[in-house]
Ligand binder design. Structure first.
Ligand SMILES: Cc1cc2nc3c(=O)[nH]c(=O)nc-3n(C[C@H](O)[C@H](O)[C@H](O)COP(=O)(O)OP(=O)(O)OC[C@H]3O[C@@H](n4cnc5c(N)ncnc54)[C@H](O)[C@@H]3O)c2cc1C
Length: 384
């Protein structure tokens, strides 16, 4: 095995595909990619339904980045269809842009009050700034507190309760910080320089990344079923493997859950075919205050299709249970971060193992960040 395979990559998601591609193409390594599912793509997995609508099977994936290196790298494997994401939130019978911005403010507040609040926001924070809800609350100004409380009550509190099972202030500050209030009229969800989706889909892009002849992909195989870790050594099917193992799966699973599970939120994903040309105004509408689902995505808005029907996706958050559902979002708090550190330290004795990706590093990575991280991980490993 040692002579045939130089490196093993566990997981054929975006992290694993980037690593395998770089090892094979740049460093001429023979790479075995081991993937437990029967398809490549990981969380970015998408496919066309029978009426030609491209569905993102683990929730909507919108590629956006300011990182030219990542954009240029991925552009070797796909053409792009430009797409700027827009999302609305349903409040008091109206649908207004989210993140909350001046358009949302003017739609929901009386004109004179909206004007006064906008002037104060611009004076204090400046045009185009993104501030978070907690910052706004800390200003001790009556109008800004009114706005803060309104957004908190109508957008964040119920959404967080549904999404995480916690109030926002019980989460790490960076989770709340990720939900900004934007001080302009730009209702695009992202402001990045590059915003697009792969023309033939993420699965095809990732398949192209894995097409190098030096890469072998083994689907339907859980690494844990064939690997055994003992005293700093890795055994595959009973034989010691001395090459590098780039691991992109769950780190607690790799270490046999010795310190307990790392908590995640999962989602029940319900796709529905609707006999209408379009169901809603934009690709995404959030429902913090009604229903058990958090949001509805309509895929035809992301990549247009000739289909007379449309397909929507409702996301119902729930707790992640290993073996029963998929881990979607890490639940960050002091305890879970400390538990992760214990796992990372334990696995440190296995010098061959390199942890990369959202599950192995217990991080929320956007797609561009995970590609950037994978590129650096390979470079560092090959130099070190
Ligand atoms: C609902 C949702 C929406 C998102 N939307 C966006 C978005 O709009 N824009 C954006 O930039 N990012 C988005 N992301 C983030 C994006 O999904 C991640 O950046 C990306 O999937 C990370 O890739 P990865 O390779 O680290 O992990 P994954 O894609 O999860 O890949 C890991 C792979 O490893 C396999 N695996 C795990 N354990 C084993 C094992 N023991 N043996 C074999 N195989 C194993 C898994 O089956 C999986 O295929 C979203 C994430 C979520 C949860």
């Amino acid at each position: 095995m040692r002579h045939l395979i130089d490196c093993i990559v566990v997981g054929a998601g975006l992290a694993g595909a980037t690593i395998a591609e770089q090892l094979a193409d740049k460093y001429s390594k023979n790479v075995l990619v081991i993937e437990s599912r029967f398809n490549v793509g990981g969380h970015c997995y998408d496919k066309l339904d029978k009426s030609g609508i491209r569905l993102h099977m683990y929730g909507p994936h919108l590629f956006h980045t300011d990182n030219s290196k990542v954009w240029n790298y991925l552009s070797h494997f796909t053409d792009w269809e430009m797409y700027e994401h827009r999302a609305l939130v349903a409040i008091h019978g109206q649908k207004v842009p989210v993140p909350f911005n001046f358009v949302s403010l003017e739609a929901l507040f009386p004109r004179a009050l909206a004007d006064r609040i906008e002037s104060k926001l611009l004076d204090i924070f400046g045009f185009d700034r993104k501030i978070n809800i907690l910052e706004l609350r800390n200003k001790h100004d009556e109008d800004l507190e009114l706005l803060a409380n309104f957004i908190y009550k109508n957008v964040f509190e119920q959404y967080s309760l549904k999404q995480w099972g916690f109030k926002p202030e019980q989460m790490d500050a960076d989770v709340v910080g990720r939900i900004p209030v934007v001080l302009n009229h730009d209702s695009r969800y992202f402001q990045d320089r590059y915003q697009a989706v792969p023309r033939e889909g993420y699965t095809q892009m990732i398949t192209n990344m894995l097409s190098n002849k030096r890469i072998k992909v083994m689907l339907g195989t859980n690494f844990m079923d064939i690997a055994h870790l003992q005293e700093g050594k890795i055994y595959i099917l009973g034989q010691e493997f001395r090459g590098s193992v780039y691991y992109t799966g769950k780190v607690d699973e790799l270490a046999g859950f010795v310190f307990g599970n790392l908590p995640y939120r999962s989602l029940k994903l319900q796709f529905e075919r609707i006999n209408l040309e379009y169901f809603q105004e934009v690709a995404q509408v959030n429902y913090p205050n009604q229903y058990d689902f958090t949001r509805i995505t309509e895929f035809k808005h992301i990549q247009p299709s000739e289909s007379k029907d449309t397909i929507i996706l409702k996301e119902y958050p729930l707790e992640h249970v290993h073996g029963e559902n998929d881990p979607f979002y890490p639940v960050f708090n002091k305890e879970s971060r400390e538990r992760y550190e214990k796992y990372a330290e334990l696995l440190h004795q296995y010098k061959q193992i390199i942890l990369v990706g959202r599950l192995a590093e217990y991080k929320y990575y956007d797609m561009d960040d995970v590609v950037a991280r994978a590129l650096v991980a390979v470079e560092q490993a090959m130099q070190g």
